[in-house]
Design a protein around this ligand. Structure first.
Ligand SMILES: C[S@@+](CC[C@H](N)C(=O)[O-])C[C@H]1O[C@@H](n2cnc3c(N)ncnc32)[C@H](O)[C@@H]1O
Length: 259
């Protein structure tokens, strides 16, 4: 028998939104989807330690931001590798994924307190980001863009806060093979009644490269800083997939018009 939509929604919340629980031996089990770290990043946005290493050839010390950092595992691992050569900052949307939680996680996982990232909470990707122009040398975002309410504005904002010669690596999550046809594409761009291929459209910007995520169906962006990035897109519709269509899905589908 089909389960009621609201019950399924409640079940998903209980199943997927816990932070930590106790295992059989009393050990803490941290929610894995928020601690994918550098290993998880490899299958989604490639080897980001390589990007950091390249940037450190040009500068002695760099500032790194992860948007949607969860427990901050990838930042802690980068700090373990690069030490004082990097400063690490992370953001989360939810206020409970805060500095205190990141510290509890880091110490439980045998990271050092001095390596803790600075965590900002209540940061929403689809709005103006609360950082000054040219603040970060390396920005990355994994397993997060599907939640961002305006992904074109987000890409422009990331460009704004990148330093000159800075690099951003963003998991686009533009496509889900496991959704029915109408919802396979999580970003659509329309121009005068015709649908434009999102990846081809983004590739036209000379500072943007598109790469395939090796362990996922979708792609990620590698972006260099340019003086002012205007993607020329107007958000006209947002469909909240998990709230309004199917509780088993994540994030939202966005429809843009070419300006
Ligand atoms: C699945 S977790 C990924 C955590 C981490 N990047 C990892 O891979 O382990 C999704 C992250 O997206 C953030 N997030 C959710 N909605 C967001 C939004 N609208 N804008 C920016 N970040 C958001 C959450 O706070 C969380 O850190």
């Amino acid at each position: 028998m089909k389960k009621n939509y609201l019950i399924r929604k409640k079940e998903k919340k209980e199943k997927n939104y816990w932070i930590k629980k106790r295992g059989e031996k009393g050990e803490i089990i941290w929610r894995k989807g928020r601690a994918q770290g550098l290993e998880g990043a490899k299958g989604r946005i490639g080897d980001i330690t390589k990007q950091v290493r390249e940037l450190l050839k040009k500068r002695e010390r760099i500032k790194i931001l992860e948007i949607g950092t969860g427990f901050g595992r990838a930042l802690l691992e980068l700090k373990k590798i690069f030490g004082e050569k990097i400063e690490v900052v992370g953001t989360n949307y939810e206020s409970k994924w805060n500095q205190k939680l990141a510290q509890e996680y880091a110490l439980d996982q045998n990271f050092l307190k001095k390596d803790l990232p600075k965590i900002y909470t209540k940061i929403e990707g689809g709005k103006r980001l609360p950082f000054k122009n040219n603040s970060f040398d390396f920005i990355f975002c994994q397993a997060t863009m599907q939640y961002i309410s305006d992904r074109a504005l987000f890409i422009e904002e990331v460009n704004r806060i990148l330093t000159k010669e800075g690099i951003a690596v963003l998991e686009l999550q533009e496509y889900r093979r496991d959704h029915p046809k109408e919802y396979e594409n999580l970003i659509e761009i329309w121009d005068d009644g015709k649908r434009i291929d999102v990846l081809k459209y983004l590739k036209k910007f000379k500072n943007i490269q598109i790469r395939k995520s090796v362990e996922r169906d979708w792609h990620y962006i590698i972006m260099k800083e340019v003086a002012k990035l205007d993607l020329g897109l107007e958000l006209v519709q947002t469909i909240n997939l998990e709230e309004d269509i199917c509780p088993d899905w994540w994030g939202s589908k966005l429809i843009y018009l070419k300006k």
